[in-house]
Design a protein around this ligand. Structure first.
Ligand code: HAM
Length: 409
């Protein structure tokens, strides 16, 4: 029979990678807790217009990469390509703004983009991200960036932090006009995609990877020279604050991000250790988006990290708890084995009841394959054996055996 394979661009995450996935997510979550972020569990499917109106009609994500379909009720829906838009929709729809104060939310889960798969780029991938609604102070930008910085340090990842400012709406409008003027002069030298981007999404020409486009944009006007007084002040303050907190960063005037909703601060955490797809976490401010999606004017900002890319980078996992395997010597001792295993687990010990019955030799082989640190043979007595040394001790009650196991691990 022919085997069924996974769909192109989709992955099974198992074994060591699943452990890394969990370790990464736990590390983020622990830190989010400390910063008082609250979890939001968002739907996978949204009305397609949500992404058109937030991520942007002219972006690659909306134009080419969304999984779009009609549901049985004839609604045009999309599998979420990112989490920010849904988070904003929920913030408005659930009227969180009405509670006053400000809101700090985090989310985690699968996202879908029909991109060309390669190392670090998949059609289903997982993000963990956070959003802050209702604060315009640079304090928030600083704290968010420094939080991500610390998490990546905790994961022992080698990275570079790049920052830029896209300015407020007005600065960006003026700048975009100047950029279009500049790009039009060199239109013939641009790649086909960038030729059409001049009119649809000119900022994206700045981060095109094609050599001729890179050459042309080297001398393009820089957004930093077009910032309004307010935006410039904000960017200067952010840099001062980051320096004061010893957060290393570089300014990258080409950093524009692939989503339309950003204003002022944008940032990316990048690495050169996993090939072309080197951005591991990214985000920025989006002060107009809540209003654009029908909510009250609400400054906001956030970030998301790509878990698969982090899996490629995380080297060491924290050491695992030792494993005790309980082996009934004959089926007569099965019930005794099951209940002894339970008492080990109740004491917080990682325990495997050997589920594959057989000869002593084959059961020991299985215990070895399971990477057991100790085995306990159950018969009319309890024999505790250390796998590495082969040392063995005998006990006559489950209580004594349990105490001995606890002493050893
Ligand atoms: P983004 O840059 O599109 O931003 O995605 C964030 C991160 O998700 C990327 O830096 C990357 O690590 C990961 N990622 C994106 N696409 C893929 C893919 N095809 N395969 C594997 N990993 C991928 C956003 O999504 C924004 N919502 C971030 C944000 C939150 N901005 C403000 N708040």
């Amino acid at each position: 029979m022919s085997k069924i394979q996974k769909v192109r661009g989709f992955q099974d995450i198992y074994g060591e990678n699943a452990k890394k996935y969990r370790y990464i997510v736990d590390t983020f979550r622990e830190t989010f807790e400390k910063y008082n972020f609250k979890e939001i569990i968002l739907p996978f499917v949204e009305d397609i217009s949500l992404f058109k109106r937030s991520v942007g009609e002219a972006t690659d994500i909306v134009q080419k990469e969304m999984y779009v379909f009609l549901d049985k009720g004839g609604r045009e829906v999309a599998l979420r390509p990112e989490g920010t838009a849904s988070c904003v929709r929920a913030y408005i729809e659930e009227k969180m703004y009405a509670e006053g104060g400000y809101h700090k939310l985090f989310y985690e889960g699968a996202m879908f983009r029909y991109e060309r798969p390669q190392a670090g780029r998949y059609r289903q991938f997982h993000q963990i991200g956070a959003e802050i609604f209702g604060v315009s102070s640079v304090l928030a930008d600083t704290e968010l960036i420094s939080m991500v910085y610390k998490i990546l340090k905790r994961l022992k990842i080698d990275f570079k932090l790049e920052i830029n400012s896209l300015g407020d709406f007005q600065s960006r409008k003026t700048y975009t006009q100047e950029l279009i003027k500049y790009l039009k002069q060199y239109e013939n030298g641009l790649c086909e995609t960038c030729k059409s981007r001049i009119n649809t999404n000119p900022l994206r020409v700045l981060d095109c990877k094609v050599e001729s486009c890179k050459q042309i944009t080297k001398d393009a006007p820089k957004i930093i020279d077009y910032l309004s007084e307010e935006s410039e002040k904000r960017f200067t303050q952010l840099k001062e604050y980051l320096k004061a907190l010893n957060i290393d960063f570089v300014e990258n005037p080409r950093l524009v991000r692939g989503l339309d909703y950003y204003t002022d601060t944008v940032f990316e955490f990048t690495t050169d250790q996993i090939g072309a797809q080197g951005t591991v976490a990214a985000g920025g401010r989006y002060d107009n988006l809540v209003e654009q999606l029908g909510g009250p004017p609400t400054p906001a900002l956030g970030f998301a990290a790509g878990i698969e890319r982090l899996i490629l980078l995380v080297k060491d996992l924290p050491s695992e708890k030792p494993l005790i395997t309980v082996i009934p010597l004959t089926p007569d001792y099965n019930i005794q084995a099951l209940s002894f295993s339970e008492s080990l687990r109740n004491s917080g010990i990682k325990t495997e009841t050997l589920l594959k019955e057989g000869s002593l030799k084959s059961m020991m082989k299985t215990a070895d394959k399971l990477k057991s640190d100790y085995v306990v043979f159950i018969s009319d007595k309890y024999e505790l054996k250390e796998m590495k040394s082969g040392n063995q001790e005998i006990f006559y009650t489950p209580e004594d055996t349990l105490e001995a196991v606890k002493d050893k691990i």
